[in-house]
Write a protein that binds this ligand. Sequence first.
Ligand code: TYM
Length: 337
Amino acid sequence: MHEVQEKKEKKPIILSGIQPTGIFTLGNYIGAIRNWVQLQEDYDTAYMIADLHALTVRQDPKVLRENILRAYAVILACGVDPEKSLTFIQSQVPEHAQLSWILSCNTQFGELSRMTQFKDKSAKHADNINAGLFTYPSLMAADILLYQADLVPVGADQSQHLELTRDIATRFNGLYGNTFKLPQGYYPKVGARVMSLADPTKKMSKSDENQNAFITILDEPGTIVKKFKRAVTDSEMSVRYAEGKDGINNLMSIYSSVTGLTYEQIEHDFAGKGYGDFKQAVGEAVAEELRPVRENYKRLREDKAYLEACYRAGAEKASHVARRTLQKVYKKCGLIL
Ligand code: TYM
């Protein structure tokens, strides 16, 4: 027998999630999912479909069920590998809801009232400003803190929630002794905020009513090119990154993030060419980037048994990890487990 045990190297931990509402956009892909895939090589990664978060807005149960399964298949199609990453559905790991309650009791009303997402969503759904919408960030904090995550790969729109997660963790650690690791956001260098193609001052969002405002991960190549051709730009002619050129800046950052070219290289390549040529090139590059995702998805979505085996195993393993933190928290709070 070998006496020398190889010391198991501890990798930093990553956790992230996505809500299963509609088909994911190019913003979700560039801002988050693409990083998830890259990070799973060198980190201990956990990715989840945040279905409990989706309930903060009214959902049709049939549609939600379909969207959860579709979302799970899409992240696998993008390259999240259940062999490498804990890949699960949030509601199947009860520790998330359990820790969320405890964290809610350690989150201040004032802190939650300052969340811009809460303000935006309550303006949009004025007929349903429910308590879950308000305490949403405590659930997100639970998602992250349960796994003692070091890094959280997200787009820029989640940075406020992440700051609050750190504040909640710091407060809890201060009151009860060191319990949670303080996580940090991990943002892409370009594309942390992909903007709408119809109004480049607004974030690209899957809930936009205008279909031309966003690209979905599963759009056909022809549709992708057509949507980019319609993208709102400005009345100038030159492809250059500059203040006030929101539309072109957005297209340049999308192009840069899928091709790896710098803004200078893009400006050089398109010097003397019009916006039409540039839009065509961006459309084609994005269609090419998403081609394997669309193909993988078609295959995976049919394989219900495989998907189910993956998410059930994922939930079981995730629960095992999450339970350790929850037990620690119960003990510190004076609860009996
Ligand atoms: P969600 O579902 O709105 O978005 C999923 C991820 O996509 C990123 N994203 C974007 N990035 C760049 N440009 C855009 N236009 C764009 N739109 C969306 C988001 O920043 C996010 O990273 N609360 C989260 C889900 C969540 C979560 C978590 C994330 C629940 N628990 C724990 C991290 C850790 C949300 O609603 O993301």
